[in-house]
Design a protein around this ligand. Sequence first.
Ligand SMILES: Nc1ncnc2c1ncn2[C@@H]1O[C@H](COP(=O)(O)OP(=O)(O)OP(=O)(O)O)[C@@H](O)[C@H]1O
Ligand SMILES: [Mg+2]
Length: 277
Amino acid sequence: MTGHFITLEGGEGSGKSTQMRFLEQKLNANGHEVVLTREPGGSPGAEAVRHVLLSGAAERFGSEMEALLFAAARADHVDQVIRPALQDGKVVISDRFFDSTRVYQGASGKAGDELLQTLEKLACFDVWPQLTIILDIDPETGLSRVTRRLDGKGAPDRFEKDDLEQQEIRRAAYLAIAEKEPERCIVIDANRSEDDVAEDIWQAVIARLPELAAKPSRKKPAQARSSRTAADVKAEAVGTTTRKKRSGSSRKEDVGSAAKKPAARRRSRKDEPGDKA
Ligand SMILES: Nc1ncnc2c1ncn2[C@@H]1O[C@H](COP(=O)(O)OP(=O)(O)OP(=O)(O)O)[C@@H](O)[C@H]1O
Ligand SMILES: [Mg+2]
């Protein structure tokens, strides 16, 4: 896959949706095609599950049930939208991805690590974020931004309704993920102006994925990539070594075993009627 996959994470009102649009502009200005997407949702199948999750309809069945629903939605999102865009050489930016499940259903819920890791492998298959930007915000500031945004229009969703204590637990969980997976994650102080946050995000993106600072080559992506050194490629494969730490298997191994076993599944997914978002 020749594209790049970036995820934006953080608590309520941390600025994910705002910042993904700034990042899109920067990337477009550098000649990259960008696909903006979000979770839960991002594909028609996943958007159908989004309503069940955000309305709170699944809440009473517990966080394990919620985690399973998020994984089902994620599998569809990956298959229908993210993987095809990456295969096309695009930059995919997702507003939330699996870290949100780790944080919301794991750290501030009851879903265990083993279940979450299994679900991640099922849903993501061979697609893992190269860079995850964690917008770190004081929960009170974040919630006050959300309240201002709602401004009498609509009600807070299932997760925005949770109290400050829960939001603090989630903030700490995000920071713990970043500490555990420094190659994949970067924490940005989101308690500042939109412009300051956007500038820090851009600097982080071009530091971690320097090829995004340049105009894409007109050559076929595969040829362009072959001009890079093995060390370049290794440096870009962020998230790999830390997965090893977390799950006991490297990303390379994950991809390898995925390539061996579930080829039939990949084919059958491909054969499904296209419902690209
Ligand atoms: N740096 C900032 N300073 C002040 N207000 C901001 C900043 N960034 C975003 N906002 C405003 O705060 C509100 C929440 O921002 P945004 O929707 O981008 O956050 P979010 O992380 O996507 O929230 P949610 O988790 O609820 O989806 C919006 O009204 C947005 O305009
Ligand atoms: Mg948002």
